[in-house]
Design a binder for this molecule. Sequence first.
Ligand code: DLL
Length: 432
Amino acid sequence: MIWNDHYETMERDRLKQVQSRSLRELVERVYKKVPFYRRKMDEQGVKPSDINQIIDIVKLPFTTKQEMRDVYPFKLLAVDLSDIVEIHTSSGTTGKPVVDAYTLRDIDTWSEVMARTLSMGDVTRQDIVQNAYGYGLFTGGLGVHYGARRIGANVIPISGGNTKRQLMIMQDFRSNVLTCTPSYSLYLAEAALEEGIDFSKLPLRVGFFGAEPWSEGMRKEIEAKLHLKALDIFGLTEIIGPGVAQECMCQDGLHIFEDHFYPEIIDPETERLLPEGEKGELVLTTLTKEGTPVLRYRTRDITYLNYKTCRCGRTSVRMNRILGRTDDMLIIRGVNVFPSQIEEVLLQVEGVEPHYQLLIDRKGQLDSIEIQVEMIEKLFSDEIKMLEKTEKKIENALYSSLGVHSKVKLVEPKSIPRSEGKARRVIDKRQV
Ligand code: DLL
């Protein structure tokens, strides 16, 4: 179901005009109101009058995560603090977080893009949304909440955690839409099995899973275990939170809400703009945001774009699921790998559970990786020889598809810590 026919199916030439106008207004506004951007534009020798068409965006300076931290808390504000009605922050564990400050109109925009998001999974006012994203400074909980409210769905603001209560509410309230991280959805499935709850008997029909990387293999696991359709939801605090891009029922890329967020893909090394279909770093500009607008934000997320009209009828550009982050990339003996590539290989091996952790260490000059992964109960009770054989099998699979030498260690079922929010997949002992 398409929430906003006008913008979501707009002819692309017309969309460009809309984007061009928004960009001109944005640049005028930030140049006047935000010294941080004025200084950067002056340094680059670009004036607001140089920006006419959306393609002129390449003349503007990039913004990095470090810069967003440096302006903490309010130096990026383009309005008076009294016009801000809500603040969220990123969940970074080190240093100062990034602040996203919303005006009333920003909250309205957020509600709109989240209504579009949920409509991609056919959510209507008849539905009951169990919202297990964290409420609070994290954007997941309230973002979904505003979208569900805009649609008129019944939203259960249960937030993350308290797994037993999640399962009770899910059964008693007959929730049919679930929103949480992909890793938490699997934790819910596992806990349900322990309680003797059969997901195939619950009315759950669709889930919006994101806020962390996941793979197609993980999608299959989730769809099989939770008996629902698993859709990928993408967003980040710096831009608005969830509501930047969303997969529709075709499950063929995530539609970016381009009238509000303009995407570019660059080569992270050279900063050169890459053509459609080429993999690189996603860069986003908030075309309409009032509180804390962002010019050409370097997300560090790796993906590629597809401008073809989708089978669902939407004309908006689609991004591929996130392939990794530039700062998550592991270099194991010279080979570049992303944790999500390792996940993809692991989940193809029979008997492997979607619970794993990567331990990175350095011996001398060489980086090493140990992959701890859980097995299904039945296999784990096998004799040592069999386990060793499976370990070797996974090591070989990783070598033949990614070219990395790794050490695989099968661990007991349920021994890898479960997460109620974003899973911690990589433990980098080199930094300890
Ligand atoms: O995670 C916002 C969000 C909430 C998205 C709920 C989806 C659902 P941050 O905490 O600022 O915001 O983290 C943003 O998480 O740059 C990506 O690296 C990663 N990320 C978010 N969604 C996905 C996804 C929220 N679907 C950072 N796939 C982003 C892969 C994702 N990575």
